[in-house]
Design a protein around this ligand. Structure first.
Ligand code: HEM
Length: 368
């Protein structure tokens, strides 16, 4: 039983990181200011993620009007929406483009908050909530991929679920059961089939949105209660009012981003970037399509998996995933300069592996 002083310390820890007494119109709107400095642009990245998330929610609801979550009808319901529903293709296109934008800006937001040391006390919980949002967003991408139930989606999902079996062979003792149980829970049976589709659908449209709403609510409220972090070494000399000045600028950035998305979705079908026909319905006796690849935002783990031994990637991913949660404490004493170097290295890795992953793969594998 912890002593009262331990409870007091826990209470103080949470009150400092989530000061509910500031929950007033005066504190959150009238008095709030935003620092102006050479890195102020970083403050817009979180808002952009929010914009694309809202677009996902709205377009996702419209997609639900037509989508049938059954192995027999999923593919044809998408086909119908694309070719026979007025603006159906546009709707799908916006959902796909906006998912990519959301993940792109999420990675930028993650890297800028790292470089600006925004996780510094008292914002550790804001950061932890952010890491959870990062994982949830990638899970959205993974579960959404299966829903059209086409040849490529089903086979790619099989490959990922199969890698859990592979992971279990490298884990010691009772821990080895964990990936197998996760696989069974997701798959809902011996192989990928209707139970898998039902589960992925429920996770994608109910479970993840609920979890995201709760964690994002905490993330945004903590940012409001604590105010924007300083972001640079010497405290800013100038500040602007959050309302209306910063909000108006934020809305202008949203307007530009929305129109860019709108015109891209109108003029370039997202599927044109994919090297295989997305619409081919799943056929259980058909072959696994050659060269199946995940969406671009999974390349950072897909190409290393293709090139390096599985246990290396498994160990690396585990360390990185745990490390992400510990960043506020691991880098407590690091300078912004060192963190910026780390963020730039991370950005370069992501850019190089995403753009040149295939070439690197061919170079290493001798053109195979
Ligand atoms: C769905 C995903 C997310 C959304 C919608 C979101 C949204 C936001 C917004 C609107 C802000 C305030 C404006 C800004 O500083 O950019 C913010 C701040 C912040 N976010 Fe996120 N965020 C998400 C994920 C993340 C992730 C993945 C991290 C890092 C692991 C993170 C860390 C932070 C931190 C530390 C702040 C405070 C910044 C400051 O005070 O200067 N967020 N977020």
């Amino acid at each position: 039983m912890p002593s009262p002083t331990a409870w007091e310390r826990i209470g103080r820890f949470f009150r400092e990181r989530f000061p509910v007494e500031k929950l007033s119109y005066d504190e959150l709107v009238r008095k709030k200011t935003v620092p102006i400095h050479r890195r102020s642009w970083g403050y817009y990245t979180g808002g952009l993620v929010l914009l694309f998330l809202l677009i996902q929610v709205v377009t996702g609801i419209f997609l639900l009007f037509y989508y049938e979550p059954t192995a027999t009808d999923a593919s044809s319901s998408i086909e119908y929406l694309t070719h026979y529903v007025p603006n159906g293709e546009f709707l799908r296109n916006i959902h796909a483009w906006s998912a990519s934008f959301m993940i792109g800006f999420l990675l930028l937001h993650f890297l800028t908050t790292l470089a600006m040391k925004s996780f510094e006390r008292p914002r550790e919980l804001t950061w932890l909530a952010g890491v959870l949002l990062l994982f949830l967003t990638f899970t959205f991408g993974f579960t959404g991929y299966l829903l059209p139930w086409n040849q490529i989606a089903v086979n790619a999902t099989k490959v990922v679920l199969q890698s859990l079996v592979q992971a279990s062979t490298f884990l010691p003792g009772g821990l080895a059961r964990l990936p197998l149980d996760v696989r069974l829970a997701l798959q809902g049976g011996e192989s990928v089939g209707q139970p898998t589709l039902s589960r992925f659908f429920a996770i994608h449209v109910v479970l993840l949105p609920v979890l995201l709403a709760i964690i994002l609510g905490f993330h945004l409220l903590s940012v409001q209660l604590l105010g924007m972090s300083q972001g640079v070494d010497t405290p800013a000399k100038r500040y602007e009012r959050f309302f209306p000045s910063y909000i108006l600028k934020d809305l202008s950035v949203w307007t530009v981003a929305f129109f860019v998305l709108f015109f891209l979705a109108l003029s370039i079908p997202f599927a044109s970037f994919l090297p295989y026909p997305l619409t081919e319905p799943f056929y259980a006796l058909g072959p696994t399509p050659a060269g199946i690849k995940p969406e671009w935002y999974f390349y950072f783990v897909y190409y290393p998996l293709e090139l390096l031994p599985f246990p290396v990637i498994l160990a690396g991913m585990t360390v990185i995933m745990i490390g992400l949660f510990l960043i506020p404490w691991m880098f407590r004493k690091s300078s912004r300069r060192a963190l910026t170097a780390l963020a730039v290295a991370g950005a370069l890795y992501l850019l190089i592996i995403t753009i040149f992953g295939h070439d690197i793969y061919q170079l290493v594998r001798g053109g195979s």
